[in-house]
Design a protein around this ligand. Structure first.
Ligand code: BES
Ligand code: MN
Ligand code: ZN
Length: 490
């Protein structure tokens, strides 16, 4: 599918389907729309009346146009109230139009939407993102898919001629989101620590990034006892992935992105029981997926910032070699951990990844992880949790998320709750009481960062959506690739 931009007036556009929009309670056929209605024999007016189309957000109406016209179908979409019109709402409108055009089997589509915030580049970018994200279809595991995908061959954004750069930027970002979605959606017999390392290798060779894969022995030498403790029951080798993007010139800043990479989380000997969602635990590498997705986008966008993409990838399994609940592990910073629950494994892998990242002397580190069910209880499936002691970093991330249309809510790093992680025998336990479980998880991670500005993102809820939701189709969402990319570009 080709996406282009043109300044052809909508009255003159010829092709399959034309999509036009209206603000709520401002559905009037004036100016060029009156002309269009006349040209189409009054069909616009009829459609609006018959469907009682009011322009409310998310509403739409579609009709076929009489044969002999310059277009075949017309789509009306509602933008809602003018005050609520934003780049993010326009992104969702782009998705809505894409879904309607797919239903209508349109081959060519022209989209006429208003320029928001006097920002034609931003407008073209979000519409393109909305289109690409809604039309992404993952049929990899179907032998005879019912849904064969959209028939769209050509999309033109009207009134946005010369915004080709913004369209390309959106395509590069969506490349990253789609990679993350496909990594999360693939089951644990498909995406393994080995295949994750191979994905990093493909990105490195395709875009000229440097890649270091630490094997188990390398991790042993670095004293990564916490990560390796989690990995020890798996028949698959752990892979510590370190992918680096370096700009041509001296970097303006150096950033680290660390993703939890549990390709399957059985819980270990604290095995996940019936009703725990164990069969969904292929998603537990959602952090690593978004990290690699961001790498794929960044590698194409080529910002002036150096970025280190890191994941300590493994599975959390059971076998005769499994961690015993109560085992004591020593992380690479020398801290000892009493593993009172083998199902709190993500933080154990992140501990060594954080220590590794801090040695790189970066300006800031962000980790992202499907870390706790407690965060899902607190914030639901649409909102990720954000923890940071560095307000400047938290502010940057919130702005990046907002611009990407991804939601985060800042949570407290309440030091007092670290009492819940005190161990009588080691430096700390890996889990505390049930109450405040996502906060103690963040406080645990904090023990492995000394001074680098650091933020933790708990993405356990939003990495997956059971139903179509905004720009997301049901399934893996690719959350929060857009936030990460915007943060690096900021
Ligand atoms: N991977 C899970 C968290 C999770 C839960 C992700 C639901 C996605 C959806 C994590 O490793 C885990 O098992 N966490 C435990 C921690 C507990 C043992 C302190 C949890 O949240 O129950
Ligand atoms: Mn777990
Ligand atoms: Zn987990």
């Amino acid at each position: 599918m080709e996406i282009g931009a043109t300044d052809t007036p909508r009255l003159d556009w010829t092709g399959d389907t034309l999509a036009v929009s209206f603000l709520e309670d401002a559905v009037e056929l004036t100016g060029d729309l009156a002309e269009l209605d006349e040209k189409l024999g009054g069909i616009l007016k009829e459609l609006i009346e018959e469907t009682e189309f009011k322009g409310s957000v998310g509403s739409s109406a579609v009709t076929r146009v009489g044969s002999g016209s310059s277009i075949r179908k017309i789509i009306l979409v509602g933008l809602g109230k003018a005050d609520n019109l934003s780049l993010d709402s326009l992104r969702r409108t782009g998705s809505a139009i894409a879904r309607l055009a797919k239903q209508q089997k349109s081959k060519t589509l022209a989209i006429s939407l208003p320029v928001v915030n006097d920002d034609p580049a931003g407008t073209a970018q979000v519409i393109t993102e909305g289109l690409l994200l809604a039309l992404h279809l993952d049929n990899r595991f179907k032998s005879d898919p019912e849904d064969k995908g959209a028939k769209l061959e050509q999309v033109e954004l009207l009134g946005l001629g010369s915004q080709e750069t913004a369209i390309t930027k959106a395509q590069q970002i969506c490349d990253g989101v789609i990679l993350a979605r496909e990594l999360v959606a693939a089951p644990a017999n498909e995406v393994t620590p080995i295949s994750l390392a191979q994905t990093a290798e493909s990105i490195a060779s395709e875009y000229g990034l440097s890649l270091e894969i630490l094997e188990k022995e390398d991790c042993e030498k670095l004293g990564m006892g916490s990560f390796l403790g989690v990995a020890q029951a798996s028949d698959l080798p752990p892979k510590f992935i370190h992918l680096t993007y370096k700009p041509q010139d001296t970097p303006r800043r150096k950033l680290g992105i660390i993703g939890k990479g549990l390709t399957f989380d059985s819980g270990g000997l604290n095995i996940k029981g019936a009703g725990s969602g164990i069969e969904t635990m292929k998603i537990d590498m959602g952090g690593a997926a978004a990290t690699l997705g961001a790498a794929k986008a960044i590698a194409q966008l080529k910002p002036d910032t150096e970025v280190h993409f890191i994941s300590a990838a493994t599975e959390n399994m059971i076998s005769g070699r499994a961690l015993h609940p109560g085992d004591i592990l020593t992380a690479s910073n020398g801290k000892t951990i009493e593993v009172n629950n083998t199902d709190a494994e993500g933080r154990l892998t992140l501990a060594d990844a954080l220590v590794f990242a801090e040695k790189l002397e970066l300006d800031a580190i962000v980790d992202l992880a499907t870390l706790t069910g407690a965060c899902v209880v607190a914030l639901g499936n649409d909102i990720g949790g954000l923890w940071s002691a560095d307000e400047a970093l938290a502010t940057q991330l919130k702005a990046a998320a907002e611009a990407g249309g991804e939601k985060f809510w800042q949570m407290p790093l309440e030091e007092k709750y670290f009492e819940g992680l005190k161990s009588p025998i080691a430096d700390m336990k890996n889990t505390g009481p049930r109450a405040g479980g996502s906060i103690t998880a963040a406080l645990f991670l904090k023990q492995f960062i000394k001074e680098t500005p650091w933020a933790h993102l708990d993405i356990a809820g939003p990495v997956w959506s059971d139903k179509e939701n905004g720009c997301n189709n049901s399934g893996a969402t690719g959350f929060p690739v857009r936030t990460l990319v915007n943060w690096v570009l900021s």
